[in-house]
Design a protein around this ligand. Structure first.
Ligand code: THU
Length: 133
């Protein structure tokens, strides 16, 4: 793959965002995941007239990743409408945590550049598989 893999991930997230179904909020979100094997899995938010049934972009990207046979997020990019950084919602932090490892990073556009976070930054003291073990 040519160029910066994170910039490429932003392009994949942008392409998915363009297909978002967000007629109720008007807020389109795109997410893209890169895995160890180099595969990329993208998702967008898919809203529903029955509002709570709607799903987040990260959920779509994670579902695509799992369906594609991967279980660990190396990098995930999230982009929303407008210029502000689109931090994952609380539920999506939990979804990302489920498929995270020591190398997992969450990348957002902020302040004219890219800001990167660990899932521990975003969801400290998480409830996860280790809690159940
Ligand atoms: N949304 C996402 O897709 N991901 C997030 O992490 C935050 C929120 C979507 C849900 C809804 O369709 C719209 O953004 C407004 O909340």
């Amino acid at each position: 793959m040519m160029g910066d893999p994170i910039e490429y991930l932003f392009l994949a997230a942008r392409a998915a965002q363009a297909n978002a179904h967000a007629p109720y909020s008007g807020f389109k979100v795109g997410a893209a995941i890169r895995c160890e094997d180099g595969s990329i899995h993208a998702g967008c938010n898919v809203e529903n007239a029955a509002y709570p049934v709607g799903t987040c972009a990260e959920a779509g990207a994670i579902a695509a990743m799992v369906a594609g046979g991967q279980q660990e997020i190396i990098d995930i990019v999230v982009i929303g409408s407008g210029d502000k950084p689109c931090f994952p919602c609380g539920a999506c932090r939990q979804r990302i945590f489920e498929f995270s490892g020591p190398r997992t990073r969450v990348h957002l556009r902020a302040n004219g550049g890219i800001e990167s976070f660990t899932i521990g930054d975003l969801l400290p003291h998480a409830f996860g598989p280790a809690t159940l073990a």
